[in-house]
Write a protein that binds this ligand. Structure first.
Ligand SMILES: Nc1ncnc2c1ncn2[C@@H]1O[C@H](COP(=O)(O)OP(=O)(O)OP(=O)(O)O)[C@@H](O)[C@H]1O
Length: 235
């Protein structure tokens, strides 16, 4: 039987608003689903349903109040909900990647170095990392004249494409994609679909949020409707 790479069991999350006398806003309750290698699960549901919050809990950015978030690291299953920060950082280094629609980078590093560096950081050897970075930037239509420049002055779409190249350059078995195609044109959305399919064929487990129906239909093996886990908004 194929082992799940990510398993959520009874995950619940509420935010405490300290500026509102500690008022609690419950976002999701009892979230349970699992993702196998080579599978892409898309989180669906309206704005505010809690899709991004679920991705952030899996990545360990948001604390989970109840339940377990099991992430496979080789033979071990790590419960992100209860893991030490150091263990979560180690998972991010080798097991889990997160791609959002926003590029946050160290200033003055060239776009090519940002993308190749993401590959070397995850253990891809140097010549292969640079070849990968060049391939991804070419596929994503980032003009070669920009590769030696830091992306700070790039257009929004160019920055987003450098960000996707960086997020896909490594070989992590789990990928969390938070609207990576937002505001991309149709041609570049099609490239991202192709790259996601490549990752699936390579055995990655992908959990994504996509607002474009066409992208969602093409990449999703399963859609998990987050409204199923809605709880009354005031906890
Ligand atoms: N850090 C936070 N502090 C307080 N409330 C938050 C925080 N992050 C998210 N929320 C609230 O949790 C709810 C779910 O937000 P989330 O971003 O997960 O939704 P979403 O389904 O991803 O929405 P969208 O499709 O608009 O991105 C929203 O009501 C939001 O206001």
């Amino acid at each position: 039987m194929t082992q799940n790479l990510v398993t959520l069991e009874g995950v619940s999350k509420a935010f405490t608003l300290h500026l509102r006398d500690g008022m609690k806003i419950s976002v999701v309750d009892n979230v349970s689903f699992a993702v196998k290698p080579g599978e892409c699960v898309v989180l669906g549901g309206p704005s505010g349903a809690g899709k991004s919050s679920i991705l952030k809990m899996i990545y360990g950015n948001y604390r989970c109040d109840h339940g377990r978030i099991l992430v496979r690291d080789g033979d071990e299953q790590v419960d992100v909900a209860n893991a030490e920060p150091r263990r979560i950082l180690a998972l991010r280094g080798s097991v889990m990647g997160y791609v959002s629609q926003f590029l946050r980078v160290i200033p003055r590093v060239s776009s090519l170095d940002i993308v190749a560096g993401a590959a070397t950081d995850s253990g891809v050897p140097q010549p292969e990392a640079w070849a990968r970075a060049e391939r991804l930037l070419t596929l994503l239509n980032v003009p070669e004249r920009l590769w030696s420049l830091p992306p700070a002055t790039f257009s929004g779409g160019e920055q987003q494409r450098v960000n996707i190249a960086r997020g896909l350059a490594a070989d992590r078995p789990i990928l969390l994609l938070d609207e990576p195609t937002a505001s991309l044109d149709a041609a570049n959305r099609a490239v991202v679909v192709r790259l996601i399919e490549e990752k699936k064929r390579a055995g990655a487990a992908i959990i994504g949020i996509f607002h474009d129906d066409d992208v969602r239909e093409l990449v999703a093996d399963r859609i998990v409707d987050v409204t199923e886990f809605a709880s009354s908004k005031a906890a």
